[in-house]
Design a protein. Structure first.
Length: 165
């Protein structure tokens, strides 16, 4: 699993860097000073991840959403980063709802999703409808600004709390 992820990660980094020059105005260059700094950071993160996977493979569970092989309320908090909403051009509303229902099932308390924009930096077309769905189903939902912004407009997260009354 680690070697496949490493190869895919290297391909993804090179693909992203090839397109970064033409898209660099869609990003905020404060945390990463330039494209080369971004490449180095991503390569370092990939190396750290794959090294940890080799040392502690039992901690990693490959899954294919929207189903998860975990027990009900197995985790206190779940984090979803750079997946839901980002790919709203490929993952439809139904997929988002099924995935969120599954995340709610395995979470005791809370889910956090970042960012709330798609790959074009626009607020996901599904976001408001999903917030209404979650609220109608007893969740407390907050949209919160965060201090981190690399992709322009990607500076907020969704905090979903289960109403465990």
């Amino acid at each position: 699993m680690g070697e496949d992820l490493e190869n895919k990660g290297l391909q993804d980094i090179e693909h992203a860097m090839e397109h970064m020059e033409s898209a660099k105005n869609n990003y905020v260059w404060e945390y990463f000073k330039d494209i080369d700094g971004l490449r180095k950071h991503r390569l370092s993160a990939l190396k750290d991840c794959t090294n940890d996977m080799r040392k502690s493979n039992e901690r990693y569970v490959p899954v294919i959403l929207p189903s998860l092989p975990f027990n009900d309320e197995e985790f206190d908090i779940l984090l979803s980063a750079h997946f839901l909403f980002m790919y709203d051009d490929r993952l439809d509303y139904h997929f988002h709802i099924e995935t969120l229902n599954e995340l709610l099932r395995v979470s005791k308390e809370e889910i956090r999703i970042f960012p709330l924009v798609n790959l074009e930096g626009k607020r996901s077309e599904y976001l408001d409808k999903i917030i209404n769905y979650l609220t109608d189903n007893g969740c407390i939902v907050e949209e919160l600004r965060v201090p981190y912004e690399f992709q322009a407009n990607a500076n907020s997260m969704l905090k979903i709390k289960k109403d465990n009354k």
